[in-house]
Design a protein around this ligand. Structure first.
Ligand code: NAD
Length: 290
């Protein structure tokens, strides 16, 4: 069983990007600049955004963090987005989700200039991804594809079951792995809360990708011997013994599932760091896609 070490691979990716930044600088070219908008004070969102800023610093990208209070109106947020769309110094930006309930997420995503949409959430970029055209791929599915590639995980002709159909993980990864690419060429089954006999569907899978947010949901009896299991789930559980006050739980019952697997991602240290690295890869892409 091979543990797919997202922490190590993401460090490798950041080092590669840092080298590319040096080359850009040496050629007198502009270094990518990423901005992030954070609305409100959600603890997890703040942690994610701060981590993105740190990643930019490590890689050598410019970064700008725009912190807006939770009472920011939809119109004010749209104005901030419009400013970023027109700011020549900003090459790409993200709007950290979730947004406060009074703001329409779809309206916000539609307002982002697709050329600066490094999260790959704008319909134009989703459409390009679906057609296998060059574009920004949402960070988590991009991170999954990248870790499969770097560990040479076999995917061609494999049966892949994706659990969860969100727009940011389940749906795009099901599209990417069914495409005529490596990693890809899988026969993909996309499962969700209405799927019947999920256990039986999973038992046939060579690759299981689970993104639902239910700790320990995938148990050993659902997994075939030799399967590759990618655990996207992140649930914060209070834990006074940790410095942070919480620990992270995945959607897989790791202790019992791991011994049956050919490959598995741990939580933490699997898909999470790959997601961060993929955002940096997308930010570097601004130099290629424009
Ligand atoms: P979501 O929370 O939007 O949706 C959950 C999905 O799970 C839905 O599609 C639903 O149909 C499905 N589901 C719920 N109950 C089910 C059941 N009993 N059987 C089958 N399917 C069921 O999904 P999301 O935003 O993709 O987040 C999923 C998890 O992944 C969360 O824990 C989130 O924190 C985590 N996440 C992690 C990363 C990362 O970088 N590691 C990135 C994004 C999300």
């Amino acid at each position: 069983m091979v543990i797919l070490d997202g922490k190590a691979i993401s460090a490798q990716i950041r080092a590669e990007l840092a080298e590319k930044v040096k080359v850009l600088k040496a050629a007198g070219k502009k270094v990518p600049h990423l901005a992030a908008i954070l609305v409100g004070d959600d603890g997890a969102s703040r942690t994610y955004v701060n981590a993105k800023v740190l990643d930019c610093e490590e890689v050598g990208f410019g970064s700008t963090l725009i912190n807006l209070p939770s009472e920011t109106t939809e119109a004010e947020l749209l104005k901030a987005i419009n400013r970023l769309n027109n700011d020549k110094n900003i090459d790409g930006y993200i709007v950290q989700l979730p947004l406060p309930k009074h703001i329409d997420e779809t309206k916000v995503l539609l307002a982002v200039d697709p050329k600066k949409d490094v999260d790959g959430f704008h319909p134009e970029n989703v459409g390009k991804m679906t057609l296998n055209l060059p574009t920004y791929i949402p960070a988590t599915p991009q991170g999954i594809v990248e870790i499969l590639r770097r560990y040479n995980v076999p995917t061609e002709g494999k049966d892949c079951v994706v659990i969860g159909r969100s727009h940011i993980v389940g749906s795009p990864i099901s599209i990417l792995l069914s495409q005529h690419n490596y990693p890809g060429n899988c026969t993909v089954t996309l499962c969700h809360s209405r799927t019947k006999d999920l256990k039986q569907v999973c038992q046939k899978a060579d690759i299981i990708i689970v993104a639902l947010g239910s700790p320990g949901f995938v148990t050993a009896d659902m997994v075939k011997e030799g399967a590759c299991v990618i655990d996207v789930g992140i649930t914060r559980m209070d834990d006074a013994s940790k410095k942070s006050g919480f620990r992270l739980l995945g959607d897989v019952d790791y202790e019992t599932v791991a011994p049956k697997c050919s490959f598995i991602t741990p939580v933490p240290g699997g898909v999470g760091p790959m997601t961060r690295a993929a955002l940096m890869m997308n930010t570097m892409k601004v130099t290629e896609l424009i």
